[in-house]
Design a protein. Structure first.
Length: 115
């Protein structure tokens, strides 16, 4: 259950940002999660609500934007987005592909109060 570790790391990162910028309350959080991590958005949301209890992120609206894995084929040169982790070019069937994106986990947007 890597979602627990990731939710804790995200909450700690957001709390540091709040401390650095003088934000008192977080209202909304949007994160971007690449397909390589295989994050379950519903589970991540549930766990974030648990790890944020007692902090200024408690009660924040939390959303996960999942992005696909993007492969670039070394045989045909095409880029393809995939929802699975199969490393086969769907255009030509070659297994000579490189992962271009899909590793990301980032805070995409925050809505905060500052007093």
């Amino acid at each position: 259950m890597h979602e627990h570790m990731l939710a804790s790391l995200l909450n700690n990162s957001i709390l540091r940002l709040c401390n650095d910028h003088g934000w008192n309350k977080v209202r909304k959080i949007l994160i971007r999660a690449g397909g390589i991590g295989r994050i379950n958005p519903e589970l991540m949301t549930y766990i974030f609500k648990r790890v944020s209890q007692g902090t200024i992120t408690e009660g924040a609206e939390f959303a996960v934007m999942c992005t696909p894995v993007v492969l670039k084929c070394k045989a045909c040169g095409r880029k393809n987005a995939r929802d699975d982790l199969e490393k086969i070019c769907p255009s030509c069937g070659s297994d000579k592909v490189e992962i271009v994106s899909g590793f990301d986990l980032s805070i995409e947007a925050l809505e905060v109060d500052q007093f």
